[in-house]
Design a protein around this ligand. Sequence first.
Ligand code: IMP
Length: 196
Amino acid sequence: MTTSSRKLLFATNNAHKLSEVQAVLGPGFELTIPRACGITEEIPETCDTLEGNASQKAHYLYDRTGLDCFADDTGLEVAALGGAPGVHSARYATDGHDFIKNNELLLRNLAGVADRRARFRTVVALLLDGKEYRFEGVVEGRIIDHAIGHEGFGYDPLFVPDGSSKTFAEMTADEKNAVSHRGRAIRKLAEFLLAQ
Ligand code: IMP
């Protein structure tokens, strides 16, 4: 019997994200990225919800390639900030994806705030033969008052998931994937694809 991996286009050029997601999906899936399909421009994400952005990115790729594809959008939702930065997590402090400035702004906005509860939420939009399916993953936790750890990316050095004493930035990729928002959403995606 021959086995072949299933090809999927994933809407990211973030190497950290790509390796996290490939690790969760395992060898049964072969991910390709927009650049490898000649899509070098930034994929638009102009909606005001995670659901809208994930869907918009997946459709953008499908319209240009006709390939089965998926996109994710993630937000850090901080209780004491009314759910901010949320859908604006990438551009919280600046126009670019400046992780250090984003983390500094988050700490400033939480200075003196006792309620540190926060959660990461990921929405994945999958387009399979042009039909859309969505999956969600959530991890609850808290924001500490200074950065710890050098792994991962984004808000990882400030986020401690419930049930752990380590920030995401102190965890190995496997430890983070086991509990993370993205890990949970991508496992749902994988279960769905395997059942097709
Ligand atoms: P994206 O939608 O996955 O690009 O995520 C938007 C922003 O949320 C990123 O630029 C990061 O600042 C933050 N973010 C997303 N996923 C993670 C994560 O796993 N750890 C820490 N920050 C993240």
